[in-house]
Design a protein around this ligand. Structure first.
Ligand SMILES: [Fe+2]
Ligand SMILES: [Fe+2]
Length: 275
């Protein structure tokens, strides 16, 4: 019996996290692994982790997190925006890792068949703090509290004028592809961000939600036949249900976050079968 398993936010720039990645094993040789973004920032780090996981799992499906899309000074790859994303996709093709640019694969283990849908959508500053009504106001509020995502300095949207323009283009193109899918086969959505805003309500700093998703996907889990939604980014691992659809946050997170927890990280998390 094989499993559809998932992890995210491996953040392998931390040595302690690299050791955890080295310990990740499938339960069966047929297991698939979904990797929901934030493997790392430097291209060689991302390649190391995905290559290691691909050697162990029958199939690895990756979607980008915001960290992979950062252009940081000590990365040998200095590409920005769309070109950087395309270079990551090329790297995955070299490793035989599935990306959002590939045909959506069908997983046929117990609880399947399901169409695995890796998503790259980004965010558009529509998950704004209360009392603000546009991006300018929500960003100004974040600057006033000091809670500003590093994306503002490192995640470049080139050649799009803004990150929200890039997001809207990705959402439109993805909707076009989803309409072409067989709607009688349940889908497992994999995205760095949750498709609905609810999971962000427990953030310690609610103003951070503007970098966590988009209202444009608010009804996807009910509009499409959704078996499960897998996300990360929040660094708050948990399972919830919205409109009867299971959402699972599968992050590892930073060592300073997981080290104090009572139980050591148990990775990966099983998505299917459910029991
Ligand atoms: Fe992360
Ligand atoms: Fe993230």
């Amino acid at each position: 019996m094989s499993n559809l398993a998932a992890v995210s936010d491996l953040h392998v720039s931390y040595q302690e996290n690299r050791e955890i990645v080295e310990s990740i094993q499938p339960e069966t040789p047929e297991d698939w692994l979904l990797v929901a973004g934030d493997v790392g920032e430097r291209m060689p780090d991302v390649e190391w982790a995905l290559g290691l996981l691909r050697d162990r799992f029958a199939k690895v499906v990756w979607v980008p997190g915001n960290h992979e899309l950062w252009t940081i000074p000590d990365d040998p790859v200095q590409l920005r925006g769309v070109e950087r994303y395309e270079a990551l996709v090329e790297m995955c093709r070299g490793l035989d890792v599935v990306t959002p640019e590939d045909p959506y694969p069908t997983w046929r283990g117990q609880g399947g068949p399901v169409t695995v849908v890796p998503l790259f959508l980004g965010y558009d500053y529509t998950w704004r703090p209360e009392g603000t009504s546009n991006k300018t106001e929500s960003l100004a509020y974040a600057h006033s509290t000091g809670v500003v995502c590093t994306d503002e300095y490192m995640l470049h949207p080139d050649p799009y004028p803004t990150r929200e323009d890039w997001c809207r283009a990705r959402v439109a193109e993805t909707e076009r592809r989803l309409k072409e899918c067989d709607q009688s086969v349940p889908m497992v959505f994999v995205n760095h961000y949750p498709l609905v805003r609810d999971p962000t309500h427990i953030l310690r700093y609610p103003e951070f939600a503007q970098w966590c998703g988009t209202n444009l996907t608010a009804d996807w889990h009910v509009h499409y036949p959704t078996a499960a939604m897998v996300y990360g980014h929040l660094h708050i691992p948990r399972a919830t249900t919205y409109d009867g659809v299971p959402f699972t946050e599968v992050s590892l997170g930073y060592p300073r976050e997981w080290r104090p927890r009572k139980n050591p990280p148990q990775l990966p998390r099983r998505i299917l079968p459910t029991a």
